[in-house]
Design a protein around this ligand. Structure first.
Ligand code: UDP
Length: 490
């Protein structure tokens, strides 16, 4: 019996991770249609964004991508979870998934040749499962090269001190990055006694044991960290595995529209009636939440800026420990926003509850600026749409992305926190005005630069471009079927 050549993709649950993995599957199919693509789906008991609606939509628009739903794993979200970080749950879940992964890979192997198993970096526990089955395994890195430099370098940083990043005083010098304060490190790695830190450290140690790392970025966007990685500076005591920069991969607007889980075309209709590039869009990823106090500061700042805005608002985080990883309820805007705010800004602002079709919004002609939490998909979506940003990091690796976006790439203005982490209304007003005001020097520089990068993104993805060449090289290595399994511990 002739066997299909199959690529199996294993995203970690969560919108940002799933979307770019699906786009990777589509990219492979577009340029190398002889492969079949199977994507593993893990049901998570925590908030993952509107993934179910999104998967349904992709199944309709791209039936050649097959989704394989893995058996549900029981993971109680009770008070036994000490760590405040969602990432701890993600690592736990993906460890428990190993028997399911083994079973599914074995079953698929009976009818197909698995040319490559591509795993999200959170899925590192499955690396040895795949190696034991002699399946070449690659990581798919859903953040950029700058954060990959940090991942590669974490085992080295770990050896240089016994302290947690949160207790370090000296700034960190990481190859390929601007100098950063230790407090800007990936949030769940700040405390090395936290379980999440161990998960990240083990992941970073396992990276060089894969066949290669596929990165959702492109060469001209991140020349500095890409050079540091290729010069071997980030993995000083072992060979750096091959790294393939194949991006930018961003969600198609079709899939995004349905991923809202409802008819949110209201905001696109509203944008249709606004002047060109006049609206600032504020949206903070699939998980970004603000306290009630912070929401009020944003509202006051937006109102004072006199700019047009489209703002996605969610309910503040819950105090209930057992509910902290679940999706928040729909926000009550009248209670959360200042008295009369919605009425006073009716002519120039729209507040959307919980979720907006971001890719479609960013590519709308009326949108001229984006206040973002610096999630990597959001950054790439803004770059592709040519929309300049204000960087306001909240969780995960976003504090690292901010100096990279502001200092290295020069695609964003910084949103500065006051003592205690609050961003004042004055700061919101100031940054939004700089971003949107045509006469502002700082804003103009980043507006021009983002247009250049938007063109560079198209070039990278086109025939002969750097990302296309990287994809072809990667696919060539699958066809050769090389499998060098590196031993545990580098
Ligand atoms: N997103 C969206 N609408 C929202 C919030 C998020 O469509 O209201 C999408 C966004 O376009 C992006 C993804 O969800 O593709 C979020 O990924 P990102 O890496 O930016 O952040 P994460 O959610 O992983 O922190």
């Amino acid at each position: 019996m002739e066997k299909f050549d199959t690529i199996v993709l294993y995203p970690s649950p969560g919108m940002g991770h799933l979307i770019s993995m699906v786009e990777l599957g589509k990219l492979i199919l577009t340029h190398h249609p002889s492969f079949s693509i199977i994507i593993f789906i893990t049901n998570a008991p925590y908030n993952t964004g509107s993934t179910a609606a999104y998967i349904n939509r992709v199944s309709e628009t791209t039936p050649s991508i097959l989704f394989h739903h893995l058996p549900t794993i029981s993971l109680p979200l009770d008070s036994t979870i000490e760590s405040p970080h969602l990432e701890t749950l993600v690592f736990k879940l993906l460890h428990l998934n190993n028997p399911n992964i083994h079973q599914a890979l074995q079953t698929i192997s009976q009818s197909s040749t698995i040319r490559s198993f591509i795993i999200d970096f959170f899925c590192y526990p499955s690396l040895d499962v795949a190696h034991n089955l002699n399946i070449p395994t690659y990581y798919f890195f859903t953040s950029g090269a700058a954060v990959l430099s940090v991942f590669f370098y974490l085992p080295t940083l770990h050896k240089t001190t016994t302290k947690s990043f949160k207790d370090l005083e000296a700034n960190l010098e990481i190859p390929g990055l601007p100098t950063i304060p230790p407090s800007d490190m990936i949030k769940p790695t700040l405390d090395r006694t936290d379980e999440a830190y161990t998960g990240f450290l083990e992941t970073t140690i396992s990276l060089p044991r894969s066949q290669g790392i596929i990165v959702n970025s492109f060469e001209s966007l991140e020349p500095r960290p890409i050079k540091a990685i290729s010069d071997g500076l980030c993995v000083p005591d072992a060979p750096t595995p091959p790294v393939y920069y194949i991006g930018p991969l961003i969600a198609s607007t079709n899939d995004g529209r349905m991923s809202t889980g409802g008819d949110k075309s209201e905001c696109l209709k509203w944008l249709d009636s606004q002047p060109s590039r006049s609206v600032v869009f504020l949206c903070f990823g699939s998980l970004g939440l603000f306290s009630a106090t912070q929401l009020k500061e944003i509202a006051v700042g937006l109102e004072k800026s006199c700019q047009r805005f489209l703002w996605v608002v969610r309910s503040p985080p819950t105090e209930d420990k057992t509910k902290r990883f679940l999706a928040p309820p729909e926000p009550n805007l009248v209670v959360l926003l200042p008295d009369g705010f919605l009425d006073r800004t009716r002519d120039r602002g729209l507040v959307v509850k919980s979720w907006a079709p971001q890719v479609a919004v960013l590519s709308h002609k009326s949108v001229g600026g984006f206040v973002t939490h610096c999630g990597w998909n959001s950054v790439l979506e803004a770059v592709c749409a040519g929309v300049p940003m204000v960087a306001w990091p909240l969780y995960a690796e976003q504090r690292l992305n901010k100096p990279v976006l502001v200092e290295d790439m020069k695609l964003a203005l910084p949103m500065e926190e006051s003592e205690g982490g609050l961003v004042s209304a004055v700061e919101v007003e100031k940054r939004v005005s700089e971003l949107m005001d045509d006469s502002d020097e700082a804003g103009r520089a980043i507006r021009e630069r983002v247009m250049v990068m938007s063109e560079a993104a198209k070039v990278a993805m086109s025939e002969g471009g750097s990302s296309r060449r990287a994809l072809d090289e990667l696919v060539e290595s699958w066809k050769l079927g090389n499998l060098t399994v590196h031993p545990v511990g580098l």
